[in-house]
Design a protein around this ligand. Structure first.
Ligand SMILES: *[C@@H]1O[C@H](CO)[C@@H](O)[C@H](O)[C@H]1NC(C)=O
Ligand SMILES: *[C@@H]1O[C@H](CO)[C@@H](O)[C@H](O)[C@H]1NC(C)=O
Ligand SMILES: *[C@@H]1O[C@H](CO)[C@@H](O)[C@H](O)[C@H]1NC(C)=O
Ligand SMILES: *[C@@H]1O[C@H](CO)[C@@H](O)[C@H](O)[C@H]1NC(C)=O
Ligand SMILES: *[C@@H]1O[C@H](CO)[C@@H](O)[C@H](O)[C@H]1NC(C)=O
Length: 549
């Protein structure tokens, strides 16, 4: 309730991107290349302030974040803030459809607010294949002091950025994709940039005091694989998922699909010694595994070399998904303040059913959704739209709401779907492929109401969880299965919906939702910030006067 009041107040006094009154946290980032050997082979990585993974961003609900990024790489660079909803502010979302990249040797300052949000999120570089080299880091958003958290404060909080890892450079991987090749298999799995040798000399990455409870924030920052995570001998109590407090179930292991974040509590109540935290790839022919040491303070004895097994097959993972529930009684910053958390009773305004496909075009791989394979034009879509020259850059609604009968005919073009402001939509993603998919939606969170095998039809709506589906931002789709999400598109702007698999995304499996303020009101969307970079055809055009009043 408190959050609702706070939000209506700020809606009436908005004028600029950073809200006066709410505290600001500031960061200065220097982004450089470095050489590290996370898998024993020296390779180029992307560092932020010399760190790999990058430094944590830390704040509380409604804090303003100011991040001044100095690009000292040899390529244009952009960061996105996965899970941060950027209310009214797709200008800072950091995707190529909304922002011009930061050129080498220059800096740009992101300014955004984590409005009505709590939880674990992460940032990552969206340009080229940069995420394959690092440049990612954790974003922790704490509850404001007034809002109770449904579990006692842990002794300490730990970040666990897990992901598959390639020893090839981001430039080599990009060359593979540009030349029609596939990424191939990863060389290992890293946990916070590390992998233990297991020779008894590994440093502890996490240290726990006996008897205490610790919070571990997991995000899958990899580029190809779902990851299963598990501790030796220690169950995990799930408490939060992508910004929502969950019903607190215990799990021996968790599948984290690309782009997803889970927060768990772990109690240090076992024999005081070392244990491994293990992460391994799922659903691939050749599994790769990483591990790091978790130590008990003053504990004695090395971790057992016997690693707990990962589950097999995706049915296990589907069953696990079905156990995830939103804790409806936990008070928290609620997204979608119009009350759409009673989503089960809202009439659906529009259904968009998407089918993914992969095909060859002129010998090169292309990934598509409903037959459209996205390319990023030099002029960001949002800028073109704002400057009134959108029609020179893209056409709305090339992609239909239903899959075409022939998915082989791929249209390679900017993929922008216009959605009416405040409409309540259902998006079905049907995966006809043999690999697991994972999709992220920007600017909003959604209710992940169902994942089921087979093909979707209207009757399948009876399988939806219309009561306590978790409100989140990334959903997996198992092979030969479908997933359904529901949400109110209530955040005016240009929002990226993308495959979290780097190869699929880079080769076209993404689109943008453009939703415009019907009243052209700054209540719904900020005007173009004065500091925004310009490029492409709008570079030398005069800046339009503020479009929203
Ligand atoms: C992170 O933010 C929380 C809440 O604002 C604060 O209590 C904590 O000290 C911060 N930690 C760091 C490392 O900045
Ligand atoms: C670049 O950094 C300088 C020094 O911190 C700052 O004054 C300036 O505003 C930054 N420029 C942009 C475009 O963010
Ligand atoms: C949900 O949150 C409430 C309120 O904070 C808490 O008391 C309860 O234990 C939580 N329920 C479950 C099932 O986790
Ligand atoms: C959505 O549907 C409801 C019920 O039919 C209708 O009242 C509302 O105007 C629609 N909203 C939009 C934005 O289409
Ligand atoms: C547009 O403005 C009118 C008048 O201020 C208001 O009644 C209406 O609710 C607004 N529409 C939307 C979709 O915000």
């Amino acid at each position: 309730m408190l959050m609702l009041v706070a939000c209506f107040l700020c809606a009436t006094i908005n004028y600029s991107v950073v809200q006066a009154g709410d505290p600001t946290v500031e960061y200065q980032w220097e982004v450089t290349y470095g050489t590290l050997s996370p898998l024993g082979v020296p390779q180029q990585v992307i560092l932020i302030n010399g760190q790999f993974p990058g430094p944590q961003l830390n704040g509380s609900s409604n804090n303003n974040f100011v991040v001044n990024v100095f690009n000292k790489l040899d390529e244009p660079l952009l960061f996105t803030w996965s899970g941060v909803q950027q209310r009214k502010n797709s200008w800072q979302d950091g995707t190529l459809g909304t922002q011009c990249p930061i050129l080498p040797g220059t800096n740009y300052t992101y300014k955004f607010q984590v409005k009505d949000q709590i939880g674990s999120f992460f940032y990552w570089p969206v340009t080229g294949m940069h995420r394959a080299a690092g440049g990612f880091g954790m974003i922790r958003v704490f509850s404001r002091l007034l809002i109770p958290v449904p579990y006692p404060d842990p002794e300490e909080e730990f970040n666990v950025l897990v992901g598959d890892w390639y020893t090839k450079s981001h430039a080599t991987l990009k060359k593979f994709l540009d030349s029609g090749r596939s990424l191939g298999r990863p060389n290992g799995v890293l946990i916070n940039g590390k992998n233990a040798k297991g020779d008894g000399k590994d440093e502890a990455v996490y240290t726990m005091k006996p008897g205490k409870v610790y919070k571990y924030r997991f995000c899958n920052v990899g580029i190809k694989n779902s990851i299963n995570v598990r501790f030796q001998n220690h169950p995990m109590k799930l408490v939060e998922m992508e910004g929502s407090h969950t019903v607190e179930n215990n799990y021996d292991s968790l599948d984290i699909h690309l782009g997803q974040c889970f927060t768990v509590l772990v109690t240090a109540d076992k024999e005081p010694k070392d244990y491994y935290l293990v992460a391994s790839t799922r659903f691939s022919k050749s599994t790769v595994t990483g591990k790091v040491v978790v130590r008990y303070e003053n504990g004695k004895g090395p971790a057992s070399p016997e690693l707990p097994e990962a589950p097999v097959g995706w049915a296990w993972s589907l069953n696990q998904f079905r156990t995830f529930r939103w804790n409806l009684t936990a008070s928290a910053a609620r997204p979608n303040p119009q009350g759409s958390y009673k989503y089960g009773s809202i009439p659906i305004n529009r259904t968009i059913r998407l089918v993914n496909s992969v095909s060859r075009n002129g010998g090169k791989l292309r990934y598509a959704l409903n037959g459209v394979s996205h390319v990023d034009p030099e002029t960001p879509l949002k800028l073109a739209e704002y400057y009134g020259v959108g029609d020179k850059i893209f056409k709305y609604n090339l992609m239909a709401d239903e899959p075409p009968s022939n998915l082989e005919n791929v249209n390679i073009a900017p993929n922008v779907v216009n959605v009416e402001f405040r409409s309540f939509i259902e998006i079905i993603i049907e995966n006809h492929e043999k690999s697991v998919q994972s999709y992220n939606l920007g600017g909003h969170s959604f209710f992940a109401v169902a994942i089921e095998p087979g093909r979707w039809s209207v009757e399948r709506r009876k399988n939806y969880n219309l009561l306590d589906a978790v409100n989140r931002h990334t959903i997996q789709v198992f092979p030969k299965s479908w997933a359904a999400i529901m949400l109110t598109i209530d955040n005016a702007g240009m929002w990226n919906v993308r495959s979290e698999a780097a190869e699929n995304r880079y080769l076209g499996q993404q689109f943008y939702i453009s939703t415009l303020s019907p009243n052209k009101s700054t209540r719904d969307e900020y005007n173009l910030p004065e500091t925004s970079l310009v490029c492409g055809i709008v570079k030398d055009m005069p800046r339009p006067p503020p479009q929203y009043t």
